[in-house]
Design a protein around this ligand. Structure first.
Ligand code: URA
Length: 230
């Protein structure tokens, strides 16, 4: 919501009074003087004006989790354990997932209660790189780099994937960088070569890399720098 609209919800303040407070430097957002009436305020911002607390601001949570194989990336499921079962219940209740992984896939998952942040983290238009280590059932076809660099058309969504980079690590193993997170994207990309994916591990999303000190199932809070990178 805009800062001026939030302040105008005060039962005793007119719009004129609110604009006066802003020009008199009597409004602070997260402890910093705010003068722009159109500044966007989220539920996580603390807003004070004329010595009154207008909005305390909810605590924002940003986590990375090492998803183990066999765990669903969903908030709840009647049958399978989910990533939320790996977190304390009172924290899990608040969080949602930023960028899913298939049940058999492992690696970096982002969890937060900040919807704007997770939308930015997963927005395909941002072309943010996601890096995966991929193990295939058969040797990687010699044309794979060229076909992935061209982009692959997915008729169901009618989109063409952004050029992806493939680094060979072995006959049946590679590191693949993609720029969207479509449903089963990597499996479908290798499906063009009839080459089933047998293991898929996400190493990074944008500037956030899975912490090498985390074991499967463990999580940690993101640093301020990691949060700000999105
Ligand atoms: N692509 C897939 O096919 N599966 C994942 O889990 C992630 C990307």
């Amino acid at each position: 919501m805009r800062l001026d609209r939030l302040l105008c919800q005060h039962p005793k303040w007119s719009r004129r009074h609110v604009l006066g407070l802003l020009t008199q430097r009597q409004v602070a957002v997260n402890g910093v003087v705010a003068g722009n009436p159109t500044q966007e305020i989220s539920a996580f911002d603390r807003v004070e004006a004329a010595g009154e607390l207008i909005q305390a601001g909810r605590a924002a949570h940003y986590l990375m989790l090492y998803k183990p194989a066999g765990i669903l990336s969903a908030t709840e499921d009647p049958v399978h354990p989910t990533v939320m079962d790996l977190l304390p219940a009172e924290l899990a209740r608040e969080l949602h997932i930023g960028g899913r992984l298939d049940r058999a896939s492992t690696g970096l998952m982002l969890l937060t209660n900040d919807g704007q942040w997770s939308r930015r983290a997963t927005d395909p238009d941002k072309r943010s790189p996601k890096v995966y280590r991929v193990t295939l059932a058969h040797p990687i076809h010699p044309d794979t780099e060229a076909v992935f660099a061209e982009g692959i058309h997915f008729p169901f969504e009618d989109i063409t994937t952004s050029p992806a980079q493939l680094e060979r690590l072995g006959e049946c193993e590679c590191r693949l960088t993609i720029y969207e997170g479509r449903y089963h994207q990597i499996k479908r990309m290798f499906g063009r070569f009839r080459n089933p994916v047998i293991a898929l591990h996400r190493e990074s999303m944008g500037a956030i890399t899975l912490d090498p000190t985390l074991a499967p199932g463990q999580y940690r809070a993101l640093t301020d720098e990691e949060v700000a990178s999105v």
